[in-house]
Write a protein of this length. Sequence first.
Length: 258
Amino acid sequence: MERQDGLWLFHLESPARPMELENCWQICLLAAGWGRINTPQLAATISRGQLLLIPPNHPSGLEFEAGSQWYQLFLTPELMKSSMEESPLALPREPVLLRISQDGQNRMSLLLTMLAEEESGQEQYADRARECLLGLMMVWISRATAPCRPNGGELIPMVLDYIEEHYGEPLNLEQLAASFYVSKYYLSHLFSKKTGISLFRYLTQKRLMEARQLLARGVPPSEVCQRCGFGDYANFYRAFKEQFGQSPRDFSGKENGR
């Protein structure tokens, strides 16, 4: 077991996650042999060249056959988040099993080996070396998930369509990003760039316009609030009055002759 600040690396040791690492992210690469993950969220056979990402506080349920070779990397949530900030990949909420190319396998194995060599932290610039290696690893993980993610040109129209269908649900930036396998930072930046408005502002305006139409048809304000995804009436009241200069109830009364 190799340990650095916020990082632990196991090679060819027990696949069980030690209790003290239950609140860490787990990245597992199977280099040879076979294994299996069995959790409430994911039950699957793991073959050579597959990469497993397990979020904190999820039981790993990992077993490997005798003679298998694997790497297990544990990262604190803080270190994982900082390593992924520049990546378009969204951190999964449940265990995810990914297949990577042979070239990707070789590179990941090399990066993990180099991380193990830096474990002592005694060499000059060891911390910087670890940071660079983690950054490269996240790039390769992002590339492994690329087939699941729409490209930049396709993404925003897909997000707009998704909002059109789901604006009445409790959507937020994090949930939208997870739905399209991208990071919230990447989605927020790209949405603003492509539309000229923040995603939060667009979602709010979409909800307000739908709310206005429902109120004009006589739907009670409390029901409109829920149907348009505001959830909290105080937020709905404040946003509606700021946008239209009158409360939802006043607008409804004027539109419906009350």
